[in-house]
Design a protein around this ligand. Structure first.
Ligand SMILES: [Zn+2]
Length: 303
């Protein structure tokens, strides 16, 4: 009896759930053992804990995400500002480089206008380093930008005026016959002399520069060829007009490389040295005429 009682008591540890829908329907009832209830309660606690855990995690992750997003926006703004600065300085740098290049070109033109052969030697030795150079971006602030801006705009007008002014002077200089027409030894200066052929005192209307036959003869200044023929005692002769009252004569040539009407620039190869006409040996008879009157070339030529 005792055994049976214990067994029964153990079996009856249940909780009954009654469902009473309304007065007409049948009452439903469910019996659950305490073990099931305990398991359900435990499951509910676990589920709640998990939900709490994940929602808390989500909250923090979301907050981190929002922070990162804000940082990203700030960085993007800074980046844009930096890019604007870089673009600005890149354009200014280009502007400065082009001005330097323009100045360099001007310097080259001046040198060339004075002495083409010296300019050629100079250009051989100079190698431009500005091309293909990476743009260097130093730390800059608004003050730097304003400074560069003001400096450039204040210089801009001056430089443009200077360029125009110098350009005009260069053009004038290019037409001055001051460039040595050949490489040679001065064998006879300008003025009265005893002529090597006639042995009489004669006026020498130019200078004689002696070297081997075939030595290059260059235009002493920019101009237009008026005459390139054989001219009596001058032999094969070239006459160049420089359009400013000056003209130059190159005589006793072995060969003329230009013809009447040709445009020549200061330093252009125009002929070859020879001994044509009344001459004792290969040399260049070089004359400078100012409004038709021969003047002493040595007073104008750049040595
Ligand atoms: Zn002569």
């Amino acid at each position: 009896m005792k055994k049976s009682y214990l067994h029964t008591k153990k079996k009856t540890q249940k909780l009954t759930l009654m469902m009473i829908p309304n007065s007409t329907s049948k009452i439903r009832q469910y019996a659950f053992s305490y073990k099931i209830i305990a398991a359900v309660v435990l499951a509910l606690i676990m589920l709640t804990s998990m939900l709490t855990f994940f929602s808390t995690r989500y909250f923090y992750v979301n907050q981190d995400y929002q922070n990162l997003n804000r940082q990203l926006i700030t960085l993007k703004k800074e980046n844009t500002a930096q890019k604007v600065k870089i673009d600005y300085f890149a354009s200014k740098s280009q502007e400065i480089e082009s001005r330097i290049a323009k100045l360099k070109e001007l310097e080259n033109q001046i040198t060339k206008a004075i002495d083409p052969k010296a300019a050629e030697a100079e250009s051989m030795s100079v190698v431009s380093r500005s091309a293909d150079r990476d743009f260097y971006m130093p730390e800059v602030d608004e003050a730097d930008i304003r400074f560069v801006d003001e400096l450039l705009s204040s210089q801009e007008k001056n430089i443009d005026e200077l360029f125009d002014n110098i350009q005009g002077k260069i053009t004038k200089l290019e037409k001055i016959p001051n460039s040595m027409p050949t490489d040679g030894r001065l064998t006879s200066p300008f003025g009265d002399r005893i002529h090597p052929v006639t042995k009489k005192v004669e006026f020498h209307s130019g200078i004689d520069l002696a070297n081997n036959t075939g030595t290059n003869i260059y235009a002493s200044a920019t101009g237009i060829v008026l005459f390139s023929e054989i001219n009596g005692t001058y032999g094969k002769m070239i006459l160049v007009s420089h359009g400013n009252g000056y003209s130059t004569v190159y005589a006793h040539l072995s060969k003329q490389l230009v013809k009447a009407g040709d445009q020549v620039k200061k330093g252009d190869l125009i002929g070859k040295m020879g001994s044509t006409g009344r001459s004792t040996g290969p040399h260049l008879h070089f004359e400078i005429r100012e409004n038709g009157t021969p003047i002493d070339p040595q007073k104008i030529l750049v040595k």
